[in-house]
Write a protein that binds this ligand. Structure first.
Ligand code: FA5
Ligand code: MG
Length: 442
């Protein structure tokens, strides 16, 4: 059965990821199913929506001084992914419930910023882009998948390259002037000097110019991508209202441990603000430990999958991973085309209810939602469409606590049988019982 496969894999003393051996320990939680997705490299496939979106962006920045990286492996150290970027020890991103660990010192990168340090050390051009697959333990629904793709960008100015501060500022201004103009409608809140402060090592003028260069660069990216999305929708015959409106974006303040000030850009799309990219001026700590101690820089990171869903009209994020020819053959290099559904297969719903176990002190143990998601995912893989908490109950007298989750099983490519669904659901139920008795023993 699937759960005994998993038990076996976890009992193994090491994991091999893209040729590197990792000795398992109590932090190891990357499952065989997740590891089987490492190396699929959708971002390297020029005929796949993710690869097509990547090319669209990279082509737009061709000749503007950026090295394009796309081959960096997703198995990285905790040091690269968190420590070197100044993540505090207690940051939730570091927890086993959010991140896939290979062992206590290594993990599957949770963001492409894991390579910021290395790229700052080695990149020979003023800037770079990195595209890669990233991994996060998360909920299961139409827009969440444990693997998605990010594109990172960064740009550096070395003070030592200039004779004076005036010359440096003039150069950044010239670099801003060289950025193509867009006709976006932009709303910018600036930044709060207390909540989202600039850094002392940068002057006001430097902060202002570096931030302008950052924002104008991301606006070019957003303009290219979303205007392309509009053209594709029009070409496919859509006459929706939003297609005739100018594109609206807004800058909102954000927080990242390795940038200050920090922002996110949101795009007004079909009646709602869509969060698409985090960014900011790189913190001194990161520059210093990357041998850029007399430099100023910006960085951003954008998620590709949700944007590709809009661009290609893809209704469910799982489709990106489909090997069905009816999906794969619809997409061609450098072409944005609207996905034509080949069929819709019925879903099959099962509820799973359980009482939460007590610990030795008589406290009810909490099940982390991501742990439940992982069990369902391991047993059902891409046959699970969504998992939702539909009911919670605390008994008024005993204080006993119960939860009911609703699992929708549905394939993008074929009909699934009741027997199949029952089997997967039963495996999940059994594993929850095992987990419950294990946690009682702890
Ligand atoms: C980051 O990952 C930062 N590394 C971004 C960054 C880079 C900031 C450099 C500053 C400097 P965040 O977790 O917000 O930030 O993710 C960035 C983008 O990835 C989001 O805006 C969103 O578009 C996308 N994203 C995040 N989580 C998911 C998910 N579960 N599924 C799909 N896309 C996601
Ligand atoms: Mg975010």
């Amino acid at each position: 059965s699937r759960s005994s496969h998993r038990a076996l894999a976890q009992a193994q003393s090491s994991l091999n990821v893209l040729g590197t051996e990792y000795k398992s320990d109590e932090w190891t939680n990357a499952t065989p199913r997740i590891l089987s997705l490492v190396g699929r490299d959708l971002h390297k496939n020029k005929n796949h929506p993710i690869g097509i979106l990547r090319s669209l962006i990279e082509n737009r920045f061709d000749g503007l001084g950026y090295t394009m990286y796309g081959d960096m492996k997703p198995n990285v150290s905790v040091h690269e992914n968190f420590d070197v970027l100044g993540f505090p020890e207690d940051h939730v991103g570091r927890s086993k419930s959010d991140t896939y660990y290979l062992n206590k010192d290594h993990l599957l990168r949770t963001h492409t910023s894991a390579h910021e340090h290395e790229c700052f050390l080695t990149c020979q051009t003023p800037g770079y882009f990195i595209c890669g697959d990233v991994y996060r333990r998360d909920e299961i629904d139409r827009t969440h998948y444990p693997v998605f793709h990010q594109m990172e960008g960064a740009r550096v100015w070395k003070r030592d390259d200039f004779k004076s501060e005036e010359e440096l500022l003039a150069k950044i201004q010239a670099d801003i002037d060289a950025i193509p103009k867009t006709d976006l409608i932009v709303e910018d809140v600036g930044y709060d000097p207390v909540e989202n402060p600039k850094q002392d090592f940068m002057t006001d003028r430097e902060t202002d110019l570096v931030s302008q260069h950052l924002k104008r660069t991301i606006e070019v990216l957003v303009d290219a991508v979303f205007n392309e999305a509009k053209s594709a929708a029009k070409l496919a015959g859509s006459t929706e209202e939003y297609l005739n409106e100018p594109l609206k974006v807004r800058w909102v303040e954000a927080y990242f441990p390795w940038t200050a000030p920090s922002w996110e850009i949101e795009v007004w799309w079909k009646g709602e603000w869509l969060e698409c990219c985090g960014c900011g001026d790189v913190r001194k700590l990161v520059l210093d430990n990357s041998k850029l101690d007399n430099s100023i820089a910006w960085a951003f990171g954008i998620g590709l999958d949700r944007i590709a869903m809009l661009l290609f009209g893809i209704p469910d994020i799982r489709l990106f991973w489909s090997l069905d020819k009816r999906f794969i053959n619809q997409f061609k290099q450098n072409q944005i085309s609207i996905f034509k559904p080949y069929s819709k297969y019925p879903g099959s719903v099962r509820d799973i209810s359980f009482w939460l176990p007590k610990d030795d002190e008589g406290q009810y143990l909490k099940l982390h939602e991501n742990d439940l998601m992982e069990i369902v995912r391991e047993n059902a893989g891409d046959l699970v469409e969504s998992v939702k908490l539909v009911d919670e109950f605390t008994h008024p007298k005993t204080g006993k606590h119960s939860q009911t989750y609703r699992v929708n099983y549905q394939s993008m490519d074929r009909n699934i049988t009741n027997d199949e669904v029952n089997l997967m659901n039963e495996e999940t139920r059994k594993e929850l019982v095992q987990k419950q008795s294990r946690s009682r023993k702890l």
